[in-house]
Design a protein around this ligand. Structure first.
Ligand code: 5RP
Length: 238
């Protein structure tokens, strides 16, 4: 049953309430004057909405969005944008995830924005990850790993991925191959439970045609977990 409506803002289901809690809780880490990376996805949506309240109250920030959708939300809610010609470093990036393991390694890319998300995470002094509690796992791998690949020769790239032992499926929407904001394709890989996220990332990344994988390993500085009526930030602060 579809009971979540971003436009209508009514009848949020429990998962969406947890996303809202996590997204909104993350905004307290944004300080006046910061440059901020804006991730992508529905949890980030709530962060952007909350950030717009702070901006209306006089907070001065400049943000780089990681997707066209995020850029559209930032414009809609009046979050000032900047770009890489003006800054190549960010104070903070806030983003969602599809899975987060006990060591805060992530699977990302469910929305197809993993390359830009990894760029803005990698240049941020602090990478804050916002997830509802359903995203917490012991080991990555239940969510198929998104990998962005070049369209040229994609069938060959997919076969070489398969030879590495993953089960790759080209992402499609309404029967058409999904195209990322970068003009590339996404392959969703069933790799079983992932024992060594770094090693899997390295093996996939060395294939010609692979642009980036959705494994974000060792990047997370803070993890904010949302529950329907609260959020907890880790590491705990006094
Ligand atoms: O990696 C992402 C998009 O590429 C998102 O951060 C991830 O899919 C989580 O999305 P949501 O907050 O909607 O659950």
């Amino acid at each position: 049953m579809e009971i979540f409506s971003i436009k209508g803002m009514i009848n949020l289901d429990e998962k969406e309430m947890a996303k809202k809690q996590a997204g909104e809780a993350s905004v307290r880490f944004i300080e006046n004057g910061m440059t901020v990376g804006l991730g992508s996805g529905s949890t980030v949506y709530w962060m952007i909405r909350k950030l717009s309240d702070y901006i209306r109250d006089g907070m001065d920030v400049a943000a780089i969005p990681s997707s066209r959708q995020t850029e559209a939300w930032a414009r809609e809610f009046g979050v000032p944008l900047t770009d890489f010609s003006k800054t190549q470093q960010l104070d903070l990036t806030i983003d969602g995830a599809d899975e987060a393991d006990r060591e805060w390694n992530l699977t990302k890319g469910g929305g197809g924005a993993l390359v830009r998300e990894k760029i803005i995470a990698s240049i941020a002094e602090q990478f804050v990850v916002i997830v509802d509690e359903s995203k917490l796992v012991d080991q990555l791998g239940s969510f198929p790993l998104p990998v962005e690949i070049l369209p040229f020769g994609w069938q060959a790239t997919v076969e070489r991925m398969r030879a590495l032992g993953v089960e790759p499926v080209i992402r499609q929407t309404d029967g058409e191959i999904f195209v990322s904001d970068n003009g590339n394709y996404i392959v969703d890989c069933d790799a079983g439970l992932i024992n060594h996220p770094d090693a899997l990332h390295n093996r996939l990344k060395q294939l010609v045609g692979v642009v980036e994988t959705g494994i974000f390993s060792g990047m997370t500085n803070k993890l904010i977990v949302g529950y329907p009526d609260s959020a907890a930030a880790f590491p705990f602060e006094n």
